[in-house]
Design a protein around this ligand. Structure first.
Ligand code: ADP
Ligand code: MG
Length: 728
């Protein structure tokens, strides 16, 4: 066997299930031990500092310098007690990764030796430079500085003996350079718009939080096999590889027994996650072989995103100990399911009411319907932008793949709520007499209590109502979901604000409040009808139907990005104060830039694989066939050998044909790249990459995969799908 592959397989066989992080005590005893949470603040902060942090967290009140010094000193004493030696501002640049630049606590003391230091300024703001992160031109001016600033709404934590302080990352001018800032702003916009409506129902409501529960899907592969695959190593996905004879058709992996090595790995990262205050709740096998999922208990959206990013770091780290690699890519393997990060999203008031939970009284039902209809209306209004917000090179291989949500948006609400919305739509509302009014409330009242458990589960919908929340399923597994959620939050905020205005106008002209609410709910139901779809989202009929309904999906990724700069989108972001036009433009640049760079790397890697691994292997195998034919000729003479070597001769010819095609495609792809690289504008270059280079990746793959089926297994250099995907 090719020594490369053989070594990897031997190493794989020697890897065993093992635990590295074991706590022999109840989780509640070590839960959150690495988090500077309320309990630790109480112990380490003065009453004054404690109150200031609480006000900052709950009401966004600014923290002054003096207090910041007190907080920093308390945080430092806790962190040092926990063994931390460094601190870092932890931020989320536009790359989907997280960034940190560590500073030691120690400073030289004048009298010799060192002392541990952490000032308020260092807590509140830093200038990490970090000029190499993509910024879409926001930092090309002479004042190109970037700052990180503390986000007190997400608690500091310790990882690898480093105190990590969650921060936003902004330019000198205040423009955002990260994912967190627009997300936080969108949460503010949503809070305000939602509270304005809630006040019509309950004066005690003064805060609405968006809640998120993120289901993270991921693959796990053996590290030795991973290292023997340049494509997995550099692109996090296989660019070539024939699908295994058995994949997921028997559906025997889904919810099956978790392989012991993976189980040990899961237990280890769960233990560490609990210490970081993440309430991991479920773990199971997913549909594809080697695919798994975890979901933490839902929490406030900003924290949920931070927790998810912490988990991704933690899972990579713990995987190393287990000689495993965790893969968050949206489509690491062809022919089997890809991975998503389902965003379970809801809104909860300070009084503890989930606004997406159907109520028990006509009044609370009216409140539920106001929010429910507004969300659907918002998703309809910005359906294209929402899909563009989850579009990426990675996700383009997953969406619409017959196993993942389609690349066009629709909303699924189930039969019960469909009939409720239908009856509201059909009722007469022109007559506003009291009797009819109460009749209307009766209809509203008829919404049976819907428990999350009895909602229909339509798994083919990109945006499904599941009883007390919406589940946005099109979001990719490798991304920072803030980039998708800020669009959803601002779209909903916009519709809620509009809803309130419309209701107020009716009330002003004499319509009773409840009637006004029902009228506008009805209007929203009518206006957004086209986005509702209860059927099979994977079917071809739906593709046609969606087109006929005028719904715009994502078929070409850079093309879809353009919707970010549509007037409608810019207006949305401006109105909700989430992004300025300049920031939206910058983000658009960055999305294109990342698309190009990823595709460029993939093109290089598949070129390298083809020229340096696959073609030489094919030639080796071809030579063995040639030797065989020549041997037969020598042995049996020029007459008899012919029939005996017929099939070998055909294979020799076939291989020559494949090699020729591969070389031609490789050369053409390089030429196309050279040409595209001449373009200086990112959007134009991204379009050229998408149109002229992307097609070669699948063309080359098809031929390589045919060769894999032809060439002697002993010679094949890359670990095969069956070896990568099935545990022994
Ligand atoms: P499923 O796979 O059936 O969709 P999971 O249990 O795997 O369900 O994940 C559901 C996720 O939704 C969990 O993170 C859960 O905490 C979260 N969730 C439950 N209720 C809400 C809610 N009201 N708002 C937001 N997220 C929620
Ligand atoms: Mg789910």
């Amino acid at each position: 066997m090719s020594s490369f592959r053989k070594r990897a397989l031997d190493e794989f066989a020697s890897h065993k299930a093992e635990r590295f992080y074991v706590e022999n005590k109840p989780v509640s005893q070590y839960f959150g031990q690495y988090v500077f949470d309320i309990e630790k603040m109480r112990r380490h902060l003065s009453a004054e500092a404690f109150d200031a942090v609480q006000l900052a967290i709950n009401e966004g009140v600014k923290i002054d310098r003096g207090i910041a010094n007190q907080i920093a000193s308390g945080m430092k004493s806790w962190a040092i007690e926990m063994g931390a030696t460094h601190y870092t501002h932890w931020f989320h640049p536009l790359t989907d990764a997280t960034a940190e630049k560590h500073e030691a606590f120690v400073d030289p003391a004048k009298s010799g030796g060192v002392f541990e230091n952490f000032k308020g300024e260092a807590l509140v703001q830093q200038e990490p430079d970090a000029s190499s992160f993509p910024n879409g031109g926001l930092r090309n001016t002479f004042e190109a500085r970037g700052y990180t600033a503390w986000d007190p709404s997400s608690p500091a934590f310790i990882m690898d003996q480093t105190l990590c302080i969650p921060t936003v990352f902004v330019a000198y001018t205040g423009e955002s350079l990260d994912q967190k800032t627009p997300h936080l702003k969108s949460l503010q916009a949503l809070d305000k718009a939602a509270v304005d409506i809630c006040k019509m129902f309950d004066h005690k409501i003064n805060r609405v939080n968006s809640m998120l529960g993120l289901e993270q899907e991921y693959f796990v592969v053996d590290e030795a096999l991973y290292r023997a695959r340049p494509d997995l190593m550099l692109c996090n996905r296989t660019l070539v590889g024939h699908i295994a004879a058995k994949d997921q058709q028997l559906e025997d992996h889904y919810f099956g027994a978790i392989p012991s090595r993976v189980m040990a790995y899961m237990k280890d990262f769960e233990t560490e996650a609990y210490k970081l205050g993440v309430v991991l709740k479920t773990r199971h096998n997913e549909v594809a072989p080697n695919q798994f999922e975890f979901a933490p208990y839902y929490t406030e959206a900003n924290l949920a995103v931070d927790h998810n990013l912490m988990m991704m770091i933690l899972m990579r780290k713990v995987a190393k100990k287990h000689k495993l690699k965790v893969i968050f890519h949206e489509k690491p393997f062809a022919g089997i399911n890809g991975s998503g990060k389902h965003c379970n999203w809801s809104m909860v008031t300070n009084t503890g009411v989930n606004l997406l939970s159907p109520g028990k009284t006509p009044r609370t039902n009216l409140q539920f319907l106001s929010f429910f209809a507004s969300v659907i209306r918002a998703v309809y209004e910005h359906h294209h932008l929402l899909m563009a917000g989850v579009a990426s090179l990675n996700n383009s291989h997953r969406l619409g793949g017959g196993e993942a949500p389609p690349a066009v948006m629709s909303v699924f609400i189930g039969t019960t709520l469909t009939s409720v919305l239908d009856s509201i739509e059909q009722m007469s509302i022109e007559d506003a007499s009291a009797e009819i009014s109460s009749l209307r409330l009766n209809i509203v009242n008829k919404i049976p209590e819907i428990l999350p458990d009895n909602t229909d589960r339509n798994r083919t919908s990109p945006f499904a109502f599941t009883g007390n929340r919406f589940e946005f399923r099109a979001v990719g597994s490798s991304v920072n979901v803030a980039s998708a959620m800020f669009i959803l939050n601002s779209a909903v905020a916009q519709q809620l604000t509009r809803f309130k205005k419309l209701v107020d106008a009716l009330v002003k002209s004499g319509t009773p409040k409840e009637d006004a609410l029902i009228q506008i709910i009805r209007q929203y139901i009518q206006e957004s009808k086209l986005i509702r779809f209860e059927g099979n989202g994977y079917s071809n009929e739906w593709r046609e139907e969606a087109k006929a309904r005028g719904l715009k999906g994502v078929s070409d990724v850079p093309e879809a990005f353009k919707v970010f700069l549509d007037e409608k989108s810019l207006k949305l972001m401006k109105e909700t104060n989430v992004l300025t036009e300049r920031e939206a433009e910058a983000r658009y640049e960055v999305m294109n830039e990342i698309f190009i760079k990823k595709l460029q790397i993939e093109a290089r890697v598949i070129g390298d694989l083809t020229i340096n691994h696959i073609i030489p292997t094919a030639i080796k195998f071809q030579n063995s066939l040639i030797d065989n034919v020549l041997g037969l000729k020598e042995l049996f003479g020029p007459e008899d050998y012919k029939e005996m070597s017929e099939s070998q001769l055909a294979t020799i010819k076939k291989i020559s044909g494949y090699i020729k095609t591969l070389r031609e495609d490789f050369r053409a792809m390089v030429e196309a790249r050279k040409e595209a690289n001449q373009l200086t504008s990112y959007p134009e270059k991204a379009a050229a990459y998408s149109n002229n280079i992307l097609p070669y990746l699948s063309k080359i793959r098809t031929v390589v995969d045919k060769l894999e089926m032809l060439v002697d297994d002993e010679l094949w250099p890359l670990p095969k799908y069956r070896e990568l995907l099935f545990w022994r």
